[in-house]
Design a protein around this ligand. Structure first.
Ligand code: CA
Ligand code: CA
Length: 325
C-alpha cells in the first residue's frame, strides 16, 4: 500500500513538474524583451511570380516561436563582444566587402565585381572602411558579420537563427501569398516604407527614403506582426543551407533546409552557401528586389559585407533545454 502511495505521489509530482515547466514557467518568461511571439500556423511559402528558386509555392506548417522585433544592433553586438571577447571573422582576416557605386559612363554590362570592393580593415566597427566608425550608430544594424559570427551572438543570448521558413512566415505578417510585407502594392516606389534603393542600381541612388546605407532599426513602419526592417535595411542570415530547387523537395513541417553537402549555388558550384533573406538598402526594382517576402539569396557563410546582418529567434525546444540546464 505504501509503495502504491509513493508511486502515485511520484507520478503526481512528475506531472506537476511537467505542468509547471510547460505552462507556468514558460508563461512567466513569455515575450522576452523586444521579441514577438509568432503563433503556430500554416502558410504558402514561395511564389510562382518571383525568381525560379522561389518556385513552387507550397504549404508549410510551423511551430510557434519568438523572433526579434529588430535587426541586431551595433550596441547589442558591442555588449556581446564586451562580455565574451569575441573577434569577428573580418577582424581576423582584416578585410571585408564594401559596396561602392561604379563609375558612371560604363558602356559594358556591370556585375557584382564592379561594385563590391574588398576593403582592408573594414569590419563591424568600421562599416565603410578604416576611416569610418560606428559613433552615433549604436542603433544601426550590425554589419560585416559572417554566418558564424551571427550564430555566436544568437547562441550567447540563448537564441538561434531563424530558418528560412520561419523568416518568411514572420515577414509575411499574415499576408498569405502577397508580394511585399505590406501587401501587393509597390508602395516603396513612392513612400519611405522600407530602406531600399531608389533609382537605377548600381549607379544612381536617389536616396528618397533618407538613407544611403543602413538606417537606425525601426526607422520604417513595422509589418502586421510588429516586426521592423524584416524587409530592407540589411539582408539577414538564416540557418538554412541554400539550394535553388529546395522547394520542390522540402518538408511541409518545420523545414530546416538541405544538408551542407547538398547545398548548391549554380553561379558558384562547389561552395556550400547559406541563405540570406529580406533584402537590403542596396535592393532596387531594377536589380534584386530582395525586399519581396519570397526573395532568396545564396551567400558564402564566410563572407561579410556592409549590407548583411541578422536577427534571432527563440524556439520552444531551445527554451526547454535552457530551463533544464
Ligand atoms: Ca535607402
Ligand atoms: Ca532586414
Amino acid at each position: 500500500m505504501n509503495n502504491l502511495k509513493q508511486c502515485s505521489l511520484g507520478v503526481i509530482c512528475i506531472l506537476g513538474i511537467m505542468f509547471v515547466d510547460r505552462y507556468l514557467f514558460i508563461e512567466t518568461i513569455a515575450d522576452p524583451e523586444n521579441m514577438i511571439w509568432i503563433e503556430s500556423g500554416s502558410y504558402v511559402m514561395g511564389s510562382d511570380k518571383g525568381m525560379p528558386d522561389e518556385f513552387p509555392p507550397h504549404e508549410v506548417n510551423l511551430t510557434g516561436f519568438w523572433i526579434d522585433k529588430y535587426e541586431v544592433t551595433n550596441q547589442e553586438f558591442q555588449e556581446f563582444v564586451t562580455n565574451t571577447g569575441y573577434v569577428t571573422f573580418s577582424e581576423t582576416i582584416e578585410d571585408s566587402l564594401v559596396f561602392k557605386s561604379p563609375e558612371q559612363n560604363q558602356t559594358r554590362r556591370l556585375g557584382p565585381l564592379d561594385w563590391w570592393n574588398l576593403v582592408t580593415n573594414a569590419d563591424w566597427r568600421r562599416p565603410q572602411g578604416p576611416e569610418d566608425s560606428i559613433d552615433g550608430k549604436a542603433d544601426h544594424p550590425v554589419v560585416h558579420v559572417t554566418f558564424d559570427d551571427a550564430l555566436a551572438y544568437c547562441d550567447w543570448i540563448t537564441k538561434e537563427l531563424p530558418t528560412e521558413a520561419q523568416f518568411e512566415f514572420a515577414a509575411r505578417g499574415g499576408r498569405d501569398q502577397e508580394i511585399y510585407s505590406w501587401g501587393n502594392e509597390p508602395l516603396h516606389r513612392n513612400q519611405a516604407i522600407t530602406n531600399n534603393w531608389q533609382g537605377s542600381f548600381p549607379i544612381e541612388n536617389k536616396v528618397s527614403d533618407g538613407y544611403r546605407t543602413t538606417a537606425p532599426v525601426g526607422s520604417f513602419p513595422s509589418n502586421d506582426y510588429g516586426l521592423f526592417d524584416i524587409t530592407g535595411n540589411v539582408w539577414e542570415w538564416v540557418s538554412d543551407w541554400y539550394h535553388p530547387r529546395y522547394y520542390e523537395m522540402s518538408s511541409a513541417n518545420n523545414p530546416q533546409g538541405v544538408k551542407m553537402e547538398d547545398s548548391i549555388d549554380p553561379a558558384e558550384p562547389g561552395l556550400a552557401k547559406r541563405s540570406i533573406r529580406g533584402g537590403s538598402f542596396l535592393c532596387s526594382d531594377n536589380y534584386c528586389t530582395g525586399f519581396r517576402v519570397s526573395a532568396r539569396m545564396p551567400a558564402d557563410p564566410n563572407s561579410s559585407t556592409n549590407h548583411t546582418g541578422f536577427r534571432c529567434v527563440r524556439n520552444l525546444s531551445r527554451l526547454t533545454h535552457v530551463i533544464h540546464q
